[in-house]
Ligand binder design. Structure first.
Ligand SMILES: [Zn+2]
Length: 340
């Protein structure tokens, strides 16, 4: 599949740059991984065309079937499985034998393999590439191992790190890399790309707005079963106290959705326009008491986000979130005036 136009444009500009280590950063859903892989394909292509990979040569083919000897991908095992990369034999065996679960971090073992890889000679003669994604999922030992290799690159090896949370990387790693912030696609580009992924136009428009203009996030939600209708009905369903409106979501996803409801209501209350929902999707609140309740809710949701990855009990957390949403959206109780 050819790259999305905004990814191809960035690849073209970056492929011309020098430097042996690149850090691609920016918010989720803009294509960090897609761009990193496009760069690897470009660098390793045996017959590059107009600053991009030809898609025909043996090198391009080897990447497409995940077997290029000069490409080393460093990812958490869960991400490798999700993106269709084969695990090293030993790791796959351990997981098959249920000795351990697939790792959610980039393992130190994998880093050691990458260091060895960096010292080897290129197999196909176009240099070598180490792709790290998401780069923030390295623990301190793994990050320090990578750092040493970044500082003393052995031979013709290039690094491309991609991260949606670059602030969590070691500053020494960041400073060794040439940094590139992902560009946003235009709404037209994002819509065209989503429709090319078989999303009908009306669905694509609502989900792209729900995802704040980030096309990959919109697609991921669609693939997880979110429909335009369910999204549009969410604020009023919450106001009616329908706990089921959040059911089957992860706590992080639920908090994200509630923050968007809260954001849009605050925006409307302040005389602005909603960003994630249509104006008719939002329940009408009693102002100005509603505004204060919303501001308090916003702070609570920010706190909730911190524990959303590791909730004590997912079901209870979702119920508590829904019941709090109902209290804010349905009653919007008047706040007693503060006395000086
Ligand atoms: Zn090629």
């Amino acid at each position: 599949m050819s790259a999305a136009p905004w990814i191809a444009a960035q690849r073209q500009a970056l492929a011309r740059q020098g430097g042996h280590a690149l850090l691609l950063q920016g918010p989720s859903g803009l294509g960090q991984y897609a761009l990193a892989l496009e760069l690897a394909r470009t660098w390793l292509c045996e017959d590059p065309q107009d600053g991009g990979p030809c898609g025909q040569c043996a090198g391009c083919h080897a990447i497409d079937v995940r077997t290029h000897a000069d490409l080393c991908v460093l990812m958490p095992e869960t991400v490798m499985l999700e993106l269709g990369w084969p695990l090293p034999e030993k790791a796959q065996q351990e997981i098959d034998d249920k000795k351990r679960k697939a790792s959610r971090e980039i393992r130190v073992d994998a880093l050691r393999d990458a260091v060895e890889f960096a010292q080897r000679t290129s197999a196909r003669g176009r240099g070598k590439v180490v792709l790290v994604y998401p780069a923030e999922r390295m623990n301190a030992i793994a990050a320090n191992t990578l750092l040493k290799t970044l500082e003393e690159p052995a031979g013709a090896v290039r690094f491309v790190l991609a991260s949606e949370a670059a602030h969590q990387l070691l500053p020494t790693i960041r400073s060794r890399c040439l940094s590139h912030t992902l560009a946003w696609p235009s709404p037209e580009e994002a819509m065209a790309w989503l429709q090319a992924q078989d999303l009908p136009e009306a669905e694509a428009a609502v989900l792209l707005r729900a995802a704040g203009g980030r096309p990959e996030d919109a697609l991921r939600w669609a693939q997880a079963g979110l429909t335009a209708r369910r999204w549009s009905e969410l604020p009023k369903a919450l106001a009616r106290g329908e706990v089921a409106s959040l059911a089957d979501w992860s706590p992080a996803q639920a908090v994200d959705a509630l923050q968007k409801v809260c954001h849009d209501l605050l925006s409307v209350a302040a005389g602005g326009t909603p960003r994630f929902f249509g104006p008719a999707d939002l329940p009408v609140l009693a102002a100005p008491a509603g505004l204060q309740a919303l501001a308090a809710w916003w702070r609570e949701l920010a706190d909730a986000l911190r524990t959303a990855d590791h909730p004590f009990n997912t079901g209870l957390m979702l119920e508590a979130l829904a019941s709090r949403a109902r209290a804010v959206l349905h009653f919007a109780p008047p706040v007693s005036p503060r006395r000086p």
